[in-house]
Design a protein around this ligand. Structure first.
Ligand code: AMP
Ligand code: MG
Length: 563
């Protein structure tokens, strides 16, 4: 084993080549103006050990399996050795936090090594989260703990396998150092194992990347950042003449040339479209981001910055996993579409400096709402086995949300198991009482396949039970009207309603096991989450509804921003 193994990484650093650097290269905390990033080196750790590697991401980057367990891998992806060709830096950005403008934020503990060419010819930024302080660390230590790092590692990969846009994670490395955190901000700081995740994405630009120069009146930097974003994340919005600039034989520096105002408007539209798609996907699988500040929103439409996120267990639009947000529940499940639109409005407010005509920006925001509603309707029609949306669907969907909140229902199990509910061929709300083969469909027959979804089966009596039965017959009538072939319908439903998501308590069990020295549960869970839409015999435990012990446990249902 030589110390140069990870030098196989094929660096091509466009971001640092194209955008202005902070001239100060000392690592002290400061305000940085007129620049997109500061060069900064990661701080070495005591004894790095690799806990997990995501095979698909390693493969994308061309890192052969023989290298995953080497000392050099742990050294490079903990920030202890900088590989050849890297250009380590921290990006500067601002953001609205919980609705208030927070000024400069920036990568306080994430240090990007640079961009690597992937096996498809694309670019992937490698970013070490928890690799030591940067000029943007403010009052914090630049480190990250195992629990938040494992949650980010596992959830990025789970999300990617669900087919939802996200930053990826290459690796989870324990540092061998302790990090002190006050998990619930209640005056009980304690040491925890430190860790570093290597995050991977074509781009880490955030809404706040553009807000910060706008807030400072720096039109020049704003224009260059937008030029860079357009050419690297959204070249399709350029006219053919402008598009020549994104051609590879131009120099990297040209990537940040400003683009015409019309292209800025078209880019904003595209960001709105991507955000609508992203949020519709989150709503489908029951993901609650937890901290949708504008610095945690990506202009390329990726899920980014996994902190106190959670997965809906009981279907409850008011639920948020983030105890730091308990008072107003700003970032609750049901508010995500409106919050995303509010965040887009803040981005538009920044971009307006580059356009004389605000109309295209306004249009983008309006399209966001229309597009989201259309996507939601189509998505629900597909998930419920109806095929294309029809007039009147929103009533049945509204009634569904009512019955789902009449008792505690596991939303993942309900939607998944719905595919197995027999169809009553009656065609009206009462139903004929017969299934497709002409057999009697009793109320019990309708409810049987859904038993696992109920947290309190004893509540399934009287009006609550009748509510479900009535809805299931209306649903069956709508399925019949949709006319899909039965096997095809079930297959399509199962492609959108996952069997496996990263249940909050499962992540916590994996954290406890790794902290006790055993990564096998993490590996098994990661493996299951690679095929979330498949039934996996023998892995039923990972699809089970949340056990009672996890209902109020820290880390399972209560998470804070402490990480
Ligand atoms: P987040 O809540 O993770 O989106 O972080 C908000 C801001 O705080 C970002 O600028 C982070 O880089 C910064 N930050 C969070 N934790 C730390 C830490 N331990 N050290 C330095 N900066 C941090
Ligand atoms: Mg953040």
């Amino acid at each position: 084993m030589t110390a140069t193994e990870l030098d196989v990484l094929d660096f091509h650093n466009r971001f640092t080549a194209a955008l202005p650097a902070d001239p100060d290269t000392t690592n002290h905390r400061r305000q940085v103006e007129g620049a997109a990033y500061s060069r900064v080196s990661p701080t070495a750790v005591s004894s790095p050990t690799t806990v997990a590697v995501a095979p698909e991401v390693a493969d994308l980057l061309g890192i052969p399996e023989e290298l995953w367990q080497t000392e050099d891998f742990a050294a490079v992806f903990s920030g202890s050795r900088v590989p050849a060709g890297a250009d380590p830096h921290a990006a500067v950005y601002g953001g609205h936090q919980f609705g208030n403008w927070a000024g400069q934020l920036g990568d306080g503990r994430a240090i990007a090594l640079g961009e690597v060419r992937d096996r498809h010819g694309g670019h992937q930024m490698l970013q070490l989260k928890g690799a030591g302080p940067t000029p943007y660390a403010r009052t914090a230590d630049g480190r990250a703990v195992l629990r938040s790092s494992l949650r980010e590692y596992l959830c990025s990969e789970a999300m990617a396998h669900l087919g939802i846009p996200t930053t990826r994670a290459l690796s989870l490395v324990l540092t061998g150092d302790q990090v002190v955190r006050d998990v619930l901000y209640d005056g009980n700081p304690a040491p925890e194992p430190g860790a570093v995740v290597c995050r991977v994405a074509p781009s880490f630009l955030r809404f706040g990347t553009f807000q910060l120069p706008a807030s400072r009146g720096d039109v020049d930097l704003l224009g260059r950042l937008v030029g860079y974003a357009v050419r690297t994340e959204a070249p399709e919005v350029l006219d053919r003449d402008d598009a020549d600039l994104s051609h590879t034989d131009r120099s990297d520096a040209d990537l940040s040339e400003p683009v015409p105002a019309e292209a800025v408007g078209r880019w904003f539209h595209l960001v709105c479209e991507r955000t609508a798609t992203l949020v519709a996907d989150w709503m489908r699988v029951g993901f609650v981001h937890g901290v949708l500040n504008t610095d945690n929103m990506s202009t390329s439409g990726l899920t980014i910055d996994y902190g106190p996120y959670g997965w809906l267990e009981t279907f409850d639009p008011a639920w948020t996993p983030n105890t730091t947000d308990a008072a107003t529940r700003r970032y609750r499940y049901g508010a995500q579409p409106q919050v995303a639109q509010w965040n887009l409005l803040q981005l538009a407010n920044a971009l307006v400096m580059l356009t004389e005509d605000p109309e295209p920006l306004q249009g983008g925001l309006e399209d966001f709402a229309d597009r989201y509603h259309a996507l939601f309707a189509t998505m629900m029609a597909e998930r419920l086995g109806w095929g294309s949306p029809m007039e009147g669907d929103s009533d049945i969907v509204g009634q569904l949300f009512e019955v789902l909140t009449s008792t505690e229902v596991d939303q993942v199990l309900f939607f998944r198991d719905l595919a197995a509910v027999p169809i009553d061929t009656g065609g009206d709300l009462g139903g004929s009482g017969q299934d497709l083969r002409g057999r009697q469909v009793s109320d019990d027959d309708l409810l049987d396949p859904l038993q696992e979804a109920f947290y309190a089966p004893h509540e399934l009596t009287g009006d609550v039970r009748q509510g479900f039965v009535t809805w299931l017959r209306a649903w069956g009538a709508r399925v019949t009207a949709g006319g899909l072939d039965d096997d095809d319908r079930r297959r399509r439903m199962n492609e959108l309603n996952p069997r496996f998501v990263l249940r909050n308590y499962l992540a916590q069990e994996a954290i406890d096991a790794v902290a006790a020295g055993d990564p096998s549960l993490l590996h098994e869970l990661h493996d299951v989450l690679r095929r979330p839409y498949d039934e996996q015999p023998g892995k039923e435990r990972f699809a089970a509804r949340r056990p009672e012990w996890a209902r109020h446990r820290v880390g399972c249902s209560m998470l804070s921003c402490s990480s």
